[in-house]
Write a protein that binds this ligand. Structure first.
Ligand SMILES: Cc1cc2nc3c(=O)[nH]c(=O)nc-3n(C[C@H](O)[C@H](O)[C@H](O)COP(=O)(O)OP(=O)(O)OC[C@H]3O[C@@H](n4cnc5c(N)ncnc54)[C@H](O)[C@@H]3O)c2cc1C
Length: 500
């Protein structure tokens, strides 16, 4: 069907798209949507009768339509089920009567990722290859930098349209830009990670949860919908894609690294759903009471799956809502939706999300004013890394992260704040905290990590507190404060126990 004319009537919240001989009015329920460059949605709207909310889609490069296979360059959302980027790719391919393929680029050095994270990711991708094959969608595992490999792939197979999933991190933004500059086809970006697309939730950096929450809540009904089912793709990809030698790839990624894989948590989409169901059945009821006690197993443990996109936050929220019984579900959804999506908001709108310069003005001012305060202890990166501080509680948290690949959420705050207290400057503190977090946490290199560290060290999304040495007006946490909240000795003993 030829695309003839388009017109936007912003005043009436109506996006008017005329496709000869039909005239279609698409009503944007979300006012925010109109603030975003609405014309960027036009090509996406060409998919007449789309089963999804197209506000989840942006166009990174607008180009002439080319007939050819559709490619989803998968990056942050490594799953088959409940994946808006994959669903959108399929819609586009079906409209073009084209085959569909999924491509992933494995990079040898990714932001300090180690064996631990590669092992988790590659096992998940191996399962994903099989699930995609059941849907007639071949999976290519490329090795190398996406900015080089994706344009090569697009040219080699005369691809008609390219789709990717959304990440607010600088590295992905840079890859997208280089790829857009080096291809001649339309390039779409779909926010498959957030429930409310990051650019719709807010058009600016938010001050805190208190300003972000009402914005999210205003549009949540519109976006917290169930997913359409991914179809078995009817148009076959004819190219011979060869076999992926998973063992060889794993071996090449896993060499020369001293950080070991972890065994207590298994990777993959199926396992992610099992962990979610176990949480809902056995822990959700008491989440409110237990989540901040590191001696109890009161958190969901879902963050590694969310980080690698092996489970959708939207699916998680929908399932938790089906079991909404007491105040616990609200507390969980506050973390899963408001806090998590606020992290994406911060990283999307603040390119200094991992630096001192990204802290709010009041925090930089107060930290600078206290930069020369004498520190009772100053540790080097090596001393921190080897858990050789004077504080047995801090050391236990560091050991928990090193051994288990997941520090308890409450301890993460204490851990980062003490790094501020025991380093020569806040700049050094943020550098050390990010280095250790990204090296050992299974869920590291995530907007949640950068924001959690910036909250602890730099007052991001927090307010000014009573002034004190070194911290200035940044919120303080103490050993005695922890003692009043949970059994510190029990936590220290627990960390020493074998991991099950
Ligand atoms: C210094 C510091 C570093 C952190 N580093 C990371 C990190 O690298 N990766 C990461 O995913 N999270 C990080 N967090 C946030 C939080 O601690 C973890 O998301 C949480 O502990 C993960 O465990 P869970 O999935 O069992 O959490 P649950 O309590 O079961 O929460 C469910 C989900 O809600 C979200 N959530 C929970 N707490 C927060 C929070 N404070 N901010 C944003 N989202 C939240 C997460 O997606 C989490 O998976 C960090 C926090 C701090 C203070």
């Amino acid at each position: 069907m030829p695309f003839h004319f388009r017109q936007f009537d912003y005043s009436q919240n109506v996006h008017r798209l005329i496709i000869f001989p039909l005239e279609i009015f698409i009503v944007f329920k979300s006012e925010n949507a109109l603030k975003i460059q609405a014309d960027k949605y036009v090509q996406a709207l060409m998919i007449y009768g789309s089963a999804m909310n197209l506000n989840r889609v942006r166009i990174l490069k607008d180009s002439k339509e080319r007939i050819g296979p559709t490619v989803y360059w998968m990056s942050r959302d490594q799953r088959v089920q409940d994946n808006w980027a994959l669903l959108f790719s399929q819609e586009l391919a079906l409209k073009q009567k084209a085959p569909l393929t999924v491509v992933f680029c494995a990079i040898s050095q990714f932001h300090g990722a180690t064996v631990r994270q590669y092992d988790f990711m590659l096992r998940g991708l191996q399962e994903l290859e099989k699930s995609l094959a059941e849907k007639n969608i071949p999976f290519y595992l490329l090795t190398g930098l996406p900015e080089e490999e994706i344009p090569k792939f697009v040219n080699k197979f005369m691809i008609g349209a390219l789709i990717t999933d959304f990440s607010p991190l600088l590295v992905k933004k840079q890859w997208n830009k280089t790829i857009a500059d080096n291809i001649e086809i339309t390039f779409y970006e779909v926010d498959a990670h957030n429930i409310v697309p990051c650019w719709i939730a807010s058009s600016k950096q938010e001050y805190g949860a208190y300003t972000f929450r009402p914005k999210i809540n205003r549009v949540l009904d519109e976006f917290l919908e169930d997913f359409p089912i991914l179809k078995k793709h009817p148009i076959i990809w004819r190219e011979d894609k060869g076999e992926i030698d998973w063992n060889k790839i794993r071996e090449s990624r896993l060499l020369g690294d001293s950080i070991s894989e972890v065994q207590w948590i298994k990777s993959g989409e199926k396992e992610a759903h099992r962990v979610l169901h176990d949480f809902i059945k056995n822990k959700l009821q008491v989440y409110y009471e237990l989540r901040n006690d590191p001696t109890k197993d009161g958190q969901s443990n879902i963050s590694p799956y969310l980080h690698f996109g092996q489970i959708s936050a939207q699916r998680t929220a929908l399932e938790v809502l089906e079991n909404a019984e007491n105040r616990s579900y609200k507390a969980f959804l506050e973390e899963l939706i408001v806090r998590r999506e606020l992290s994406d908001n911060f990283c999307f709108y603040n390119s200094n999300y991992d630096k001192f310069e990204g802290f709010p003005n009041w925090a930089r001012k107060t930290l600078t004013a206290h930069a020369k305060d004498p520190r009772e202890h100053v540790y080097s990166l090596e001393e921190f890394e080897c858990a050789k501080t004077h504080d047995e509680l801090w050391n236990a948290a560091q050991i928990e992260m090193m051994q288990r690949g997941k520090m308890h959420g409450y301890m993460r705050m204490y851990w980062a704040k003490k790094i501020l207290e025991w380093t020569e400057s806040p700049e050094k503190a943020i550098e050390i905290a990010i280095y250790l977090n990204d090296k050992y946490e299974l869920d590291g290199r995530d907007p949640n990590g950068y924001v959690g560290i910036a909250w602890s060290i730099g007052g991001v999304h927090d307010r000014a507190w009573k002034e004190r040495p070194v911290f200035g007006k940044i919120r303080y946490m103490s050993y005695n404060g922890c003692k009043s909240k949970f059994n510190v000795k029990e936590y220290i003993e627990r960390v020493k126990m074998p991991i099950s």
